[in-house]
Write a protein that binds this ligand. Structure first.
Ligand code: NAP
Length: 347
């Protein structure tokens, strides 16, 4: 009898729990979203695809849902087997495409397919969080170096950014679809593999700087981004976008300086002219036809690397959600290095 009461209690508790579907759950940011959702007592559905790694999704409370955004009919069937999701965090996205078209297919068309099926199946969630990017607005003015603001006209410089903007425009064109668009700047922290390359180079006593222009960079530590997303999701706010950074602006050398300091390394600093980096990118990009993989240094990446101003205005996030990032770059890098070392990603 006792255990029956206990079970009924559990069942009631479960039915009261809000359900959140997190797509891209196997990715760097998605896996942290899943952890936070569990901490906040959501019933968590991790959206993955065939072949996705579940290494960071080991918690037995996680329910998995395989989603094929490419095929609307299959997607319909896949979703129909699951209950209504109160919230959806759409973090699945392509950050390194093989060619330009790939970005539009994965970031725009698949997002559109997903949204259309949700609408068609009358599964419109209380809120749909779209993980866009500062890249959707593009860099700010290279001379004035002022922060990119929500009121600015987006001017993405990469296919990645353009594909994110196209999805944003689709979302904003919808009627009766409660969304929030989150536009993080560069996100870093444990499990992150892109910036890891810079850590590795510095660990081998080498520091590479692109071009000679003054640069303004911004960053956000992954747990601060996750906090912002959940605050936004649980708020009454809908149908608007936010930039997310740690609120500081760093010059082009600061990232390297902080990494070097915490790795306790001396480095040879090589400043490479942009034209040479572009030439190298042409060569490395050509290798993709052999490796079938987009190299880290590619022509799209160069456009991001050579932009002078990645400053963005997070005042709206502060005003609306009292967003107070806990990590500046110094603290975040320290924790990231500690994690990389523990995971043996850095020696
Ligand atoms: N990291 C940043 O600095 C940053 C900054 C701004 C915005 N964002 C955005 O944040 C989101 C997450 O980025 P991340 O850094 O976590 O990247 P990530 O580690 O590469 O994760 C991407 C996730 O999306 C999934 N995905 C990619 N293409 C897919 C497809 N066609 N169908 C289904 N799932 C697909 C991946 O699944 P698999 O594991 O199966 O590949 C993975 O789970 C992305 O939308 C990205 O554009 C990232």
């Amino acid at each position: 009898m006792q255990s029956l009461i206990k079970n009924i209690g559990c069942t009631n508790l479960l039915s009261e729990m809000k359900k959140v579907l997190i797509t891209g759950a196997s990715g760097f940011i998605g896996s942290f979203m899943v952890e936070e959702a569990l901490k906040r007592n959501y019933e968590v559905y991790a959206g993955i695809r065939i072949g996705s790694s579940t290494i960071y999704l080991a918690d037995p409370r996680i329910k998995f849902i395989e989603l094929n955004f490419a095929d609307v009919e299959i997607l319909r069937l896949q979703l129909s087997e699951f209950p209504y999701f109160d919230y959806v965090i759409h973090s699945a996205g392509l950050t390194k495409g093989f060619n330009k078209k790939d970005y539009f297919t994965s970031n725009y068309q698949y997002t559109k397919n997903f949204i259309d099926v949700l609408i068609d199946q009358k599964r419109v969630p209380e809120k749909f969080i779209y993980m866009s990017s500062l890249a959707a607005f593009g860099p700010g003015d290279p001379i004035l170096l002022n922060a990119v603001k929500l009121s600015d006209t987006p001017k993405p410089v990469t296919s990645y950014g353009k594909s994110k903007l196209k999805s944003e425009n689709y979302l904003t064109s919808l009627l009766n679809f409660p969304y929030l668009i989150i536009r993080p700047t560069a996100v870093y922290g444990p499990r992150e593999k892109e910036l890891l390359t810079i850590f590795k180079l510095i660990n081998s006593n080498l520091e590479l700087l692109v071009g000679f222009k003054k640069q303004q960079l911004t960053f956000v530590y992954v747990s601060d981004l996750v906090e912002a997303v959940f605050q936004a999701m649980e708020s009454n706010l809908t149908n608007r976008g936010y930039f997310v950074s740690d609120g500081h602006v760093y010059d082009g050398k600061m990232l390297g300086n902080i990494i070097r300091k915490h790795l306790e390394k001396r480095t040879i600093r090589i400043q490479i002219p942009t034209i040479l980096v572009r030439l190298i990118a042409v060569v490395t990009e050509a290798t993709k036809y052999i490796t079938r993989k987009q190299p880290m240094l590619n022509l799209e990446k160069i456009k991001e690397l050579e932009a002078s101003n990645w400053n963005c205005d997070i005042q709206p996030l502060r005003d609306d959600l009292d967003f107070k990032p806990a990590y500046d770059l110094e603290r975040g890098i320290q924790e990231t290095i500690a994690w990389y070392k523990k995971a043996r990603w850095l020696k």
